[in-house]
Design a protein around this ligand. Sequence first.
Ligand code: LMR
Length: 351
Amino acid sequence: MTRPASRGLPAPCPPASHAPLSPVRRALLGGGLLACAIPAAASSGMRVLRLSHVVAPNTPKGQALEHFAQLVERYSQGRIRVQIYPQSTLYGDADEVQALQFGAVHFIAPSLSKFGRMGLPEFELFDLPYAFDSLEQVRRVMDGVPGQLLLERLQRNGVHGLGYLHNGFKHMSAQHALLTPNDYLGLRMRIQPSRVLADQMQALGASPVALSFGETYPALQRKVVDGTENTASNFWTQKLQRVQSDLSLTGHGYLGYAVVTQQRFWENLPNNERALLDQAMRDALQWGNTLALEHERSSLQALRGTTALRVHTPGAAQTQALRRALLPVRQQLAQRIGSVWMDLLTEALHS
Ligand code: LMR
């Protein structure tokens, strides 16, 4: 992964991307705004910061980050503004980390499953199937030793971790019910780019296909993939019910985020502004982390009300069979990152 430009030098222009440019990004490039490092201070003296993410505004992440923007405006009495680009309109999964490192955007909030490809596979602890029974257990791991060590590790990539944010638990979808391991045989399943998620699908007899979030709907629509996993709120807000006929409420895995900024930008901020942004982010994440369960409830209710979608709930024996089939995934991760991380996970879960 490319290191950011050295201190004092202007950050270089983002490299040309082969991905189609989003309308906003095209407009910005056309206007020369992204031609080089983005000045955080506008000529009026007001600081404008950019925040990019890939999901819809009416999701736990979308709302928490919007709340952050509001708090920043309030705490700074209008001197600092956070401009939010949702739904991959500025950067998508493929280029947002690089955009952050080049200083083209100030904050991003990738899912924890997307940090493995930054050379930090320990983040994939959060992807382990059936590792958490509740969001309270996830919180213990985030607030505990493993969660805090992981945030520190981001610095190896010139990135500063500001905190964690929940989405919720993922379910499986396809064109038939996915309740036992046999149901997955031969399916091509879209996953986020995580080795643990790839191992998970393979353990169930499916072929994992890593695609960015923005590519998921069209890939399902064109039948490039047969199914996927995601939370109810992502499923509903991306309208995946239009391209999938069956949703199985497996709740097998967790989806959450780390909100991050560029370390060099963060360290170079005046102390009072850094403290203000830090406080606004803490408050926004605390508020945002109370939203996940309500989003899960309302999105599931909306999905259940969709006549074209069949919603299934696995029975206890079916869940047991899925859990058994997925046991090797834990061992595979332990071999890659070291069993000490598994011990840290277990300790934090029972703390
Ligand atoms: C996904 O790619 O499915 C999720 O990471 C999207 C998100 O940010 O919730």
